[in-house]
Design a protein around this ligand. Structure first.
Ligand code: HEC
Ligand code: HEC
Ligand code: HEC
Ligand code: HEC
Ligand code: HEC
Ligand code: HEC
Length: 351
């Protein structure tokens, strides 16, 4: 049951801008009770808690409040069984935190990688989820793992930004400060048929790497803190644009067409992209963290969009017994999707 606040105060002037036609989150004061325990006061405004750190939430932790609706419905970001995950909408699914082993490399059976490595851990004990013990803080930054949850990234009272992501400023009532604004993007609706596929996917315009960088810095460029050095936020070079547009998988490595080259599994940022866009990149397109990672979690270590530790996608899940991430090109001999941007998979580092 909810942790009731010891003392209640009337919130008289919590103005929430940008109300839209959204079914729940745009509901203004009427929706407070979806997340808070409220009582009607004389002037009709909801009563919510006064003292800091006790918000009269409907569940014990902020993430559990969100999961009341979002675990099995409204986007299904958790689901029940990692071997039968809910449909992909872009963010990736937290159900993979419940995997027993993610390691599909040759040593996978003897050196299991726990589900906690599948992505962002949530503090939501009612769902069997607890803080990550592998990282005390966000790698490359300083956000505490013990505070990780839905509201570390999403503003529970947000309306205007992409997916209600926090913008620049203090978040969570002063817990942490974001320097970079919310990314510019648009996404699929959370309705039943809206599943990520070619021609229906999150459309990233700008700012994602800087936003992740609020907690992670310039991660793969921060020498000494990472194994894999790579640009995080670069303009795609002519060579990368050309490769991306021509590559249609191992069976058709050069026959692609820029008009339908877009692969939701390997997205990039572009000012002219849209949810239904199928066009490949142009000279204005950029790499971001989400070119390689999912924001929530995936069925591969480090929330990667494909398992980078296996030679071919056909090997995914074989050693570990984890859910195989769908192979966009079908053929089991398909190598990792670094190939979509780099012929040969991994070019030598530039001097
Ligand atoms: C989608 C769920 C949700 C809705 C709807 C919601 N809240 Fe909240 N609210 C939260 C959560 C979660 C927190 C705790 C913040 C944290 O630590 O993440 C919170 C915290 C607060 C706080 C403490 C200060 C702060 O901003 O963190 C106030 C005041 C508050 N809510 C008022 C309201 C009022 C008034 C409404 C209706 C207009 C409302 N909330 C609607 C989830 C919600
Ligand atoms: C009472 C049920 C309910 C609760 C509790 C709830 N949501 Fe939602 N949420 C919905 C529904 C329904 C939608 C889809 C329609 C809409 O956007 O309102 C949605 C949509 C969203 C979206 C997509 C919005 C967009 O612009 O595309 C995000 C992100 C989200 N919720 C996050 C959260 C977070 C974070 C919490 C906890 C602080 C939370 N929700 C709590 C019902 C809920
Ligand atoms: C509010 C802070 C915050 C933001 C924003 C954030 N992260 Fe994290 N991230 C963390 C923390 C804390 C950890 C370590 C604890 C954990 O895994 O839950 C982490 C862990 C990770 C991991 C390692 C997962 C693992 O278990 O090995 C990856 C990969 C990652 N983040 C990528 C991203 C990407 C990509 C974005 C942007 C979409 C992002 N993060 C945004 C705080 C954040
Ligand atoms: C590390 C930051 C982070 C955390 C933690 C996080 N989200 Fe998200 N979430 C995002 C980002 C970024 C997107 C947009 C992903 C995309 O489209 O690639 C997103 C997308 C979504 C969507 C849209 C549907 C989808 O699958 O893309 C919903 C709903 C949502 N989040 C709810 C939640 C809920 C509920 C929680 C907690 C259980 C949560 N998120 C935790 C960053 C986060
Ligand atoms: C070109 C693909 C690519 C891009 C772009 C990328 N990553 Fe990674 N990331 C990887 C790979 C591969 C790994 C696994 C190898 C490793 O741990 O270094 C990884 C691992 C991580 C880890 C996990 C570390 C751990 O110890 O668990 C974090 C955190 C992370 N990335 C954050 C980010 C953030 C934040 C960005 C954007 C600022 C980003 N990555 C951009 C490919 C990428
Ligand atoms: C969305 C496209 C994209 C994907 C996917 C991608 N890269 Fe890159 N990669 C780039 C861009 C852009 C650069 C910057 C240099 C350039 O434009 O050629 C780069 C540079 C590199 C470099 C040179 C390193 C340096 O510091 O300059 C290496 C090595 C590399 N990538 C390996 C990989 C590997 C391995 C993967 C898969 C885990 C991968 N890349 C996935 C776009 C991508």
């Amino acid at each position: 049951m909810a942790r009731l606040a010891p003392l209640f105060a009337i919130v008289t002037a919590l103005a929430l801008p940008g109300a839209s036609a959204r079914a729940f989150h745009g509901g203004g004061v009427a929706a407070c009770g979806g997340c808070h325990v409220t009582h009607n006061s004389a002037d009709g405004l909801p009563i919510v808690p006064g003292p800091a750190n006790d918000y009269a939430l409907r569940s014990t932790t902020p993430s559990e409040v969100c999961l009341l609706c979002h675990a099995q419905s409204a986007g299904m970001v958790l689901g029940l069984n990692p071997l039968a995950p809910p449909p992909e909408r872009g963010g990736g699914n937290f159900v993979f935190l419940l995997e027993e082993n993610l390691n599909d490399a040759a040593d996978g059976a003897t050196r299991p990688i726990p589900g906690a490595a599948a992505g962002h851990n949530l503090v939501a004990p009612a769902y069997g989820l607890t803080a990550d013990t592998r990282h005390g803080v966000s790698p490359g930054g300083s956000f505490p793992a013990t505070e990780m949850g839905c509201t570390s990234c999403h503003d529970p009272h947000g309306r205007t930004s992409f997916r209600m992501l926090w913008g620049a400023g203090t978040i969570r009532d002063g817990l942490f400060v974001f320097g970079a604004p919310a990314p510019v993007a648009s996404g699929l609706p959370l309705t039943a048929g809206a599943v990520e596929r070619r021609g229906a996917h999150s459309a990233y315009v700008s700012g994602m790497s800087a936003w992740c960088g609020n907690c992670h810095g310039d991660y793969h460029r921060t020498v000494g803190t990472e194994n894999f050095e790579h640009p995080n936020d670069a303009m795609l070079s002519i060579a990368v644009v050309d490769q991306y547009n021509r590559y249609q998988g191992v069976l058709n490595p050069t026959g692609g067409n820029p008009l339908d080259a877009y692969l939701p599994e390997v997205p990039f940022e572009d000012v002219s992209t849209a949810v239904e866009s199928t066009a490949g990149p142009s000279a204005t397109s950029r790499l971001s963290c989400l070119s390689c990672h999912r924001a929530h979690a995936s069925s591969a270590p480090a929330a990667l969009r494909w398992d980078f530790a296996i030679a071919t996608l056909g090997e995914d899940g074989a050693v570990s017994g984890s859910w195989p991430i769908p192979n966009p090109y079908g053929d089991p001999s398909q190598p990792g999707l670094c190939w979509k941007c780099h012929a040969g998979g991994a070019p030598p580092p530039t001097p």
